[in-house]
Write a protein that binds this ligand. Structure first.
Ligand code: ADP
Length: 257
């Protein structure tokens, strides 16, 4: 479903966001991407739908190169990738219904999009999606009247009406309390299992990554330093991904001084 072939990303300031990434993600996987802040998690996720361009290598989505896709092809491929991200948030002053419907925009030309000409089927999909995340009662509510957790669920509903087989979630539970975080993760797990969506999620929480994912990929300085089933992520390995880095940094500062 997703293939990273020797992908590297160097930012204009010289920072290596990604280094020699080789990954194959299969349909139906629930992948948690972990690592320290600055490890490259967002860069990895955003490179999948080309919100971030890569410097070398190639990314394939369902056997098509998103790296080399022209404008029209890019639009088509992006339809297949839902994004749940705090940066690409809801239009706060619009209703929940409008925000979820906007998941259909990738299927329409510019004019139809501007006019907001949605079909009956689109409205029905919106209702179904909101029902599946238990938010149908908020259909006509303004999005800025919702709690953080409810807003994340609207984003999930939007990804569902988009009917994308791949869903990328960039720290969707970062600013939520533990109970709400669990609920959001359970929603994602359910759509992963029931609708066979392939899910890639950036997470700060190791316990959540362990509990919900089928595969954990750990990044450190833009490189994959662990890739495997959650139960293989031993405390020793975790130390290498997290603590040792901090230790090295502290040591570095000590030496510099
Ligand atoms: P994470 O999501 O794991 O916190 P990021 O992917 O955001 O990591 O960042 C990876 C590295 O790339 C970091 O060192 C970060 O400072 C750098 N970086 C991210 N975005 C940019 C940018 N637009 N310009 C320059 N450097 C960037």
């Amino acid at each position: 479903m997703l293939v990273f072939d020797n992908v590297s990303k160097v930012y204009p300031n010289g920072i290596k966001g990604l280094q020699n990434i080789n990954l194959t993600i299969n349909a139906g996987e629930f992948v948690a991407i972990i690592g320290l802040s600055g490890a490259g998690k967002s860069t990895l996720l955003r490179s999948i739908n080309r919100l971030e361009s890569i410097t070398t290598g190639e990314i394939m989505v369902n056997n098509r190169s998103i790296t080399n896709a022209g404008k029209k092809e890019l639009r088509k491929i992006r339809r297949e990738i839902g994004l749940i991200s705090q940066q690409f948030n809801l239009v706060k002053r619009s209703t929940v219904q409008k925000n979820v419907l906007s998941g259909r925009l990738g299927y329409y030309g510019t004019l139809k999009s501007i006019l907001g000409l949605f079909t009956k089927a689109d409205y029905q999909r919106t209702i179904d999606a909101l029902e599946s995340v238990d938010l149908l009662d908020k259909l006509h509510t303004r999005s800025d009247e919702l709690s953080g957790g409810q807003q994340q669920r609207v984003l999930i509903a939007r990804a569902l009406v988009q009917q994308a087989p791949i869903i990328l979630a960039d720290e969707p539970v970062a600013s939520l309390d533990p109970i709400t975080s669990q609920k959001i993760m359970m929603d994602l797990k359910r759509i992963n299992e029931e609708l066979n969506k392939t899910i890639l999620i950036n997470l700060h929480s190791i316990p959540l990554a362990r509990k919900f994912s089928t595969r954990i990929i750990a990044l450190k300085a833009g490189e994959v330093v662990f890739d495997g089933r959650p139960e293989l992520l031993t405390s020793e390995r975790l130390e290498r991904i997290y603590a040792k880095t901090i230790f090295d940094e502290v040591k570095g500062i000590a030496y510099e001084n």
